[in-house]
Design a protein around this ligand. Sequence first.
Ligand code: ZN
Ligand code: ZN
Length: 273
Amino acid sequence: MQVITLGTGSPLPDPNRAGPATLVRAAGRPLLFDCGRGVLLRLAGAELLPGMLDRVLLTHLHSDHVTDFNDLVTTRWAMSPIPNPLKVVGPAGTQGFVDRTLAMLADDIGWRMAHHDDLAWEPAVEVTEAGEGVVLDEPGLRISAAFTEHAPVHPTLGYRIEADEASVVIAGDTRPCNGLDELCAGADVYVQTVIRPSAVRAIPAARLQDILDYHSSIEDAAGTAKRAGVRTLVLTHPVPSPFPGTEQEWVDEAAEHFDGEIILAHDLLTIEA
Ligand SMILES: [Zn+2]
Ligand SMILES: [Zn+2]
């Protein structure tokens, strides 16, 4: 299995980090987790056109994780020579989000169908709202979900992917919690969105301080990795973005609490599971 951190940014715009999105290649299939800012650019960077994806899994519906879902739907549909439904798995609320996205796109859908004689169908999106447990079980590929803690965003999901004799966890935004520990138990690769509290506190913006209570800090992520006995901890979605040259400080901070391999992700990094 391969993990490609397509976008490693957060809501804070960064010219070098696209919004949150992670690709997992499992049993020969590309699985997209979240659809942040610039996801199609980074998919192209991973040599994938939108039509090559048939499944997206959303950790939660915070805007930074879904803002380019509409671009995926539109571009995938407009480029496809045949009807090609997109399967979406996400927490409760995903169907409503998808319905509202399609409603937002209605004018554009109408114009493109009026203009292209051979485009005779609207984009189709098949939603599965998932809870705890197995969300996909196919030969050679199993994905399970657990509830995570990111209140007031609720519900939120983390995913564990098992394929190719390996296991990968895509945690999304969450504090440490039992669901996350269960997903991570013995995993080969654990991908966690993180914040660095000392750096957040150093920024004199009162509203930014609010993020401290609903994410994993570097120390939290390392603690989860240690408890679960994972092989590799991948830190992504770092807030605030590390200043160039300070990346190793993030790894060192995690290494105070976890002995395994630690990677601070950048866009389009490939990690073998
Ligand atoms: Zn986020
Ligand atoms: Zn979030």
